[in-house]
Design a protein around this ligand. Sequence first.
Ligand code: XMP
Length: 317
Amino acid sequence: MERFEPKKFILKKAGAFKSLLEGKRAIVAVSGGIDSLVCYEIVKKTPKIEENQIIPLMIDTGLMRENEVKTTQELFQKRYNVELQKWDRQEDFFSALKGIVNPQEKRKVFRETFYKNISQAMRSYSAEILVQGTILSDVIETQKGIKIHFNVLYEAGINPLNYGFQVFEPLKELTKTRVRMLAKALTLPPKLLKMQPFPGPGFALRITGEVTEERVEKIRKATSIVESELTSPKLFQGFPVLLVDKVTGIQNESSIIGDIIVLRIVEASKDLLTAKSLKLPWQKIEKVAKKLLKEIPGVVRVLYDITEKPPATIEYV
Ligand code: XMP
């Protein structure tokens, strides 16, 4: 197998982008994670690009982690002295997802809403190329029919030209491990390198049943608690999931009906097609469970998911 050389790879992809760009304008779909940031760094290395020829843009879906938009805007200001464009479409996403409970349907609606908005943004900036951080596991999972990842277009039978643009996906042949090698070679901040992967459809994948603003707020708060409390060098992704069921609990000595949160904590394999539940020390799990029960209103039960992938997937949707 050919040795992976990050610097060579970056130059090769920047060269390929130059031929595609040819005086056109491109938008980089920024999500706040390292995949899209590495994409931005690669295309910025294209020789002889003009000011405003490459525009970083974040669609605010309302389904992202606490402060994700603000932190990413600050990063762009500090690291590149560039204003990250924000396309605020929270209302559009919530109204599109209203009433949808089927996992596949949720993904489909998210994808349609996402690309409809990207398409509008591209037109308003007169951009013809969309740069996005699709990685190998997204493609393989879609091809195998495990899950259609929202950002995988061709393999899901969708031609981006129908949306009015071409796509450039420099990381499509890389595993997450290799993307992290690129990020390191590009000297991205260590904090970002350690960040847990967060899927594009965000909290829509971490809520079973209907996605509402109120339920997203609950899971967003729970996610901040889990991410700050549960750390381990072996942890790949560790997050809470809000279930649709309501169950009995006790509050102030009387019975209440409340929510269930599941803790999904996994160590991953190289290609993400398999994953194992992480055997964290019991005290750590208990501590975070107590915090969730205390700080998230309405939660009466916390469960720990011990299922491997397969048969389960990492996300719940
Ligand atoms: P699953 O749930 O299929 O997830 O075991 C495998 C990995 O992929 C991430 N994931 C996604 N990432 N778009 C993304 O960018 C998606 O639609 C998507 N769905 C899942 C998931 O977080 C995990 O790391």
